[in-house]
Write a protein that binds this ligand. Sequence first.
Ligand SMILES: Cc1cc2nc3c(=O)[nH]c(=O)nc-3n(C[C@H](O)[C@H](O)[C@H](O)COP(=O)(O)OP(=O)(O)OC[C@H]3O[C@@H](n4cnc5c(N)ncnc54)[C@H](O)[C@@H]3O)c2cc1C
Length: 440
Amino acid sequence: MRADSLLFHDDFRIAPYWWDEAPPETSRVALPANVDVVIVGSGYCGLSAAAEAAQHGAAVAVLDAAELGAGGSTRSGGMVSSGQKLALTNAIRGVSAERLGRLMAESNASFDYLKQLINTESLDAGLQITGRFFGAFTPGHFERLRKQGELLRDKTGVTVHVVTRAEQRAVVGSDYYYGGILVDEYGGLHTAKYHRALRELARRRGATLHSHAAVERIERTGSRFIVHTARGKINASRVLVATNGYTGRLTPFFARRVLPVASYQIATEPLPPGLMDVLNPGRRMISDSKRNLFYTRPSPDGTRMLFGSRPSFREVGEREAARILRAKMIELWPALRDVRITHAWKGYVAMTGDKLAHIGERDGVHYALGCNGNGVALMSYLGQRIAKSLLGLEAAPGAFGEGPFPLSPAGIASTLSVPVGAALYQLDDCWNGRVRGALS
Ligand SMILES: Cc1cc2nc3c(=O)[nH]c(=O)nc-3n(C[C@H](O)[C@H](O)[C@H](O)COP(=O)(O)OP(=O)(O)OC[C@H]3O[C@@H](n4cnc5c(N)ncnc54)[C@H](O)[C@@H]3O)c2cc1C
């Protein structure tokens, strides 16, 4: 086993790499007594809802239990795409062709919304459209990806290249995968800079943002609400719950429908000159066909490798996770064996029973939740959509607002335990690992 000094850089820290440039914010400004809209959660969803509602003249307060932006939004891989989560997973099983068409159309709309918002508001988000490669973990997965790529191309109009194993070194600099598909129109952004830009936008439009204001109770009084927080009460006409992977006891109905699952990432020190050109010449986003997938990308400045996965069935400390993730990264790229780790962190994604995000209203409380790990564009978009809906500006909530919000493994996990849920979720990978073992 290698000494820690060879694995971890002297400046190693347990914090997202993204926070070096744009840390989350403490904002202890006094809570207003009365507003039109209280938003619980200051991630992309809450902030884009705030920016939208404020633009229509509503008085809006965004409350977060922690610092502004300390949730999933600034902890993510920052990969942006449209519809891939629907086409490349079994989320669409049992969904009618007609609804699938509308879900795909909305996923497309979410990506367009993100790009348009960044362009029209000149948001400093570091968006780069470099493409994304989806690697096949087994030969069977390659055939599946090829078909799913066709669906993705037909339903969303993206350019999909099938990359054989013989060709893949030009894309991913590795023999780890059995080929895959490459989508040109996808890319990545700087998660925390985008968050900071959204905070500025929401404030410019008049919303107030409050950190360390955990909402403890939402009390309904006739047609209005009293929102009880760790820093006092606010009266509001409308309440939006935008807590995604951090959904908890405040809203038991949603907590039974959203399973928070920890995902971990590491960042390396700057790579030796020329190495990124070998490992990821196109500076693309890369993920794969496993359930407990690898997702990896260069830092926006192209100097470091960021790498994410779940280290094990159970939750572990970030330092232990970093060792395990580093070993996985070296399986993909043995050339990174002498590169040290500078950052390790985790964040919670929100898995739902039907693998779809849901927006709507329950007992007068609006919600947008459950992006299943694919929320940079989608939760930004659903935030502005639900804002329009709660202001009465949009009659129908759209395809993500249809159908029941089913109980998820969260319901089961609350009686068993999250590790059991996560273990069941990953059984597929164990089997496929044996298939690969037999092939090699
Ligand atoms: C490690 C990781 C990697 C990911 N990678 C990608 C990716 O590459 N591409 C992609 O598209 N998506 C990715 N995602 C998903 C995506 O980033 C997030 O799911 C999305 O940003 C969620 O945004 P949100 O606003 O809904 O929630 P969040 O940003 O998670 O915000 C929810 C907030 O609610 C607050 N909160 C909870 N309870 C209360 C309360 N009672 N009172 C007040 N505040 C409360 C929390 O403190 C938190 O700040 C990833 C997520 C993670 C965690």
